[in-house]
Design a protein around this ligand. Structure first.
Ligand code: 2HG
Ligand code: ZN
Length: 470
C-alpha cells in the first residue's frame, strides 16, 4: 500500500468529522511544555473502537507510525509525533462516552477520550468516587492517564492509575482488538495482559476503553497546611497520621518555602495562610466517613501529638470548602507559577519515602557547586515522589540555562536518585524526553525484556515510534 492511498483510506474511515485540518492541528503537534514540536502526515479523531481498529490496520499495512494522543498534557513528549511523512496522529477526544456504571460492582466503563474530571463527575453523580486526581484533570483524558500510569495527588491512599483499572480494551498494531472489559475483581486465567499496556505510553497499542474501580465517596475532608520542622518531620508525620487515622490520609504533599514563594509572587490570588515564613510545609488531607465533629477531633489529636513531638510548628486548618481550595491552590499551582516565572528544568524523581530527607539534603548540597540555579521542590512526599525542579538564576533565560548548566545539574539529580535506589521517572513517564535516561539507568535485563515485549507486540514498530524503547 503506498502512503497517499493509505492516508486517503484512513480519511475515508473516519469521515470528514474525523479529520483535523492542518490549521487546527497545530496545538496537537506540540507538547504542552513546548519542548517538542512535530509534524504528522494526517491528524485524525476516530469516533469508535471499530474506526480505530480500521485505521491501525491500514497503518500497519502501509508501515505508517501511529501516535495516540489524549488531552496532550504530558510532560515528556510521549504524544508528540515527529516524522512528517510517516506518522498519523490519532486523537482519542471523540471517544468520550461513559459506557456503563455498575454501582454494585463499584465500577465504571469509560472510553479513552473521557476527560478525567468528567469521569470524576460521573462517579460522583452515582454517589461514588473515582479517586485519580491531578492538576491537569480538567483536560487530561483517561486513555492518557492509563497509558502513562498517571499518579497525582491521592496516590498514597488510592494508588496510581494502574491500581484503579480492572480491565481495558486495546486496539493492537495489526488492527485486532483485545477486549478485557469483563470488570471482574478476580480473574487469574493466564498472564495479566492489561499490565503491558498500562504505562506503555502508546508504544504497544491504543487503549480505547477501560473498566475503572470506583470507591465509596468520603463524606468529610479535613485539610491542613502545616509548617513542619523539615523533610524528616514531614515523613514522620505522614506515617503518624496514617497510623492514627486508620489510614485515612488521602494526600500528603510537601512544599518547600522556595516553591511557595514562587506561588505567592506569581499568583495574585495566593495568600500565605501562616503569619511567619517557614522553610518546609506539608499539605495534609484526610478523607473520612462519619460524624464530622469526630473526624475533626481525631485530626486535631493527630496534629496535637505531632506538635508535641516537634514535627509541626504551625498549622492552618481549613474550615470551609473555600479555605480548603485556597490551601490546595498553594500546592496545585506551583507548576503554573514556575511557568509564569519563565519555566523550569523538571525532575520527577522517586525514592523510598524514608530516603526523602537524604535526597533533599544531598541534592541541595551537591547541586550548589555545579552552577547557579534556583530551586523549587515539592511533591507527593507520601509516595516518595518529589518534583525537584530547577529555575534559572534571575535574569537568565531558561534556554540558556538548559544549555549551559542544565545537563550537569540533571545528571547529578538523577545519579543521586539512583544512588539512593530511586527512579528518574516517578509519574511522568519516558516519552521522548527520557529515552536516554531509560537506557542509562535501567538494567540490561530490564531493557532486553522491554525490547522483547515491544518486538512481540509491535513487530513492525508502528506504535508511537521513537518513544520509550521504540
Ligand atoms: C504536579 O505534581 C505535577 O504538580 C507537575 O506532577 C509537576 O510541574 C511539575 O514538575
Ligand atoms: Zn506530580
Amino acid at each position: 500500500v503506498n502512503t497517499s492511498d493509505a492516508l486517503a483510506r484512513i480519511a475515508a474511515i473516519v469521515g470528514p468529522a474525523g479529520v483535523i485540518a492542518p490549521r487546527d492541528a497545530q496545538p496537537l503537534l506540540r507538547d504542552q511544555r513546548e519542548l517538542f514540536r512535530g509534524e504528522a502526515a494526517l491528524v485524525v479523531r476516530p469516533a469508535s473502537t471499530a474506526e480505530c481498529a480500521e485505521v491501525l490496520a491500514v497503518c500497519h499495512a502501509a508501515g505508517l507510525g501511529v501516535v495516540p494522543q489524549g488531552g496532550n498534557t504530558g510532560y515528556c513528549g510521549g504524544a508528540t509525533p515527529f516524522d512528517a511523512g510517516r506518522q498519523v496522529l490519532l486523537s482519542l477526544t471523540r471517544m468520550h462516552r461513559i459506557r456503563e456504571i455498575d454501582p454494585l460492582g463499584f465500577t465504571m466503563t469509560v472510553e479513552a477520550g473521557v476527560v478525567l474530571a468528567a469521569a470524576q463527575r460521573a462517579a460522583e453523580e452515582a454517589g461514588l468516587l473515582f479517586p485519580l486526581s491531578m492538576g491537569s484533570e480538567g483536560s487530561c483524558q483517561i486513555g492518557g492517564n492509563l497509558s502513562t500510569n498517571a499518579g497525582g495527588l491521592a496516590v498514597l491512599r488510592y494508588g496510581t492509575a494502574r491500581d484503579l483499572v480492572l480491565g481495558i480494551e486495546v486496539v493492537l498494531p495489526s488492527g485486532g482488538v483485545l477486549s478485557e472489559l469483563k470488570g471482574l475483581r478476580k480473574d487469574n486465567a493466564g498472564y495479566d495482559l492489561r499490565a503491558l499496556f498500562l504505562g506503555a505510553e502508546g508504544t504497544l497499542g491504543v487503549i480505547t476503553a477501560a473498566v475503572l474501580k470506583l470507591l465509596p465517596r468520603p463524606q468529610v475532608y479535613e485539610t491542613a497546611w502545616l509548617a513542619v520542622a523539615g523533610p524528616q518531620a514531614a515523613c514522620e508525620l505522614v506515617a503518624r497520621a496514617r497510623r492514627e487515622t486508620g489510614d485515612q490520609v488521602s494526600s500528603a504533599e510537601y512544599v518547600s518555602r522556595r516553591s511557595l514563594d514562587l506561588v505567592l509572587e506569581r499568583l495574585p490570588e495566593a495568600r500565605d495562610p501562616l503569619d511567619v515564613a517557614h522553610e518546609h510545609y506539608l499539605l495534609l488531607e484526610i478523607a473520612a466517613t462519619g460524624d464530622p465533629s469526630l473526624v475533626r477531633s481525631r485530626f486535631e489529636t493527630v496534629l496535637q501529638a505531632a506538635f508535641e513531638a516537634g514535627e509541626v510548628r504551625d498549622a492552618a486548618i481549613a474550615d470551609s470548602g473555600t479555605q480548603r481550595a485556597a490551601l490546595w491552590l498553594l500546592r496545585e499551582r506551583i507548576p503554573e507559577a514556575e511557568r509564569r516565572d519563565g519555566g523550569s528544568i523538571k525532575h520527577d524523581i522517586a525514592v523510598r519515602i524514608g530516603r526523602i530527607p537524604e535526597l533533599i539534603e544531598r541534592a541541595e548540597a551537591e547541586l550548589a557547586p555545579l552552577g547557579a540555579h534556583r530551586l523549587s521542590f515539592y511533591g507527593h512526599i507520601g509516595d516518595g515522589n518529589l518534583h525537584f525542579n530547577l529555575l534559572p538564576p534571575v535574569g537568565v533565560a531558561l534556554e540558556a540555562f538548559r544549555e549551559r548548566t542544565g545537563g550537569a545539574l540533571t545528571r547529578r539529580v538523577y545519579d543521586l536518585t539512583a544512588e539512593l535506589g530511586g527512579s528518574f521517572s516517578a509519574e511522568h513517564g519516558v516519552g521522548i524526553l527520557k529515552r536516554d535516561e531509560l537506557e542509562h539507568y535501567k538494567s540490561p535485563e530490564a531493557l532486553r525484556l522491554m525490547r522483547a515485549v515491544k518486538a512481540a507486540l509491535d513487530p513492525r514498530g508502528i506504535m508511537n515510534p521513537g518513544k520509550v524503547v521504540g
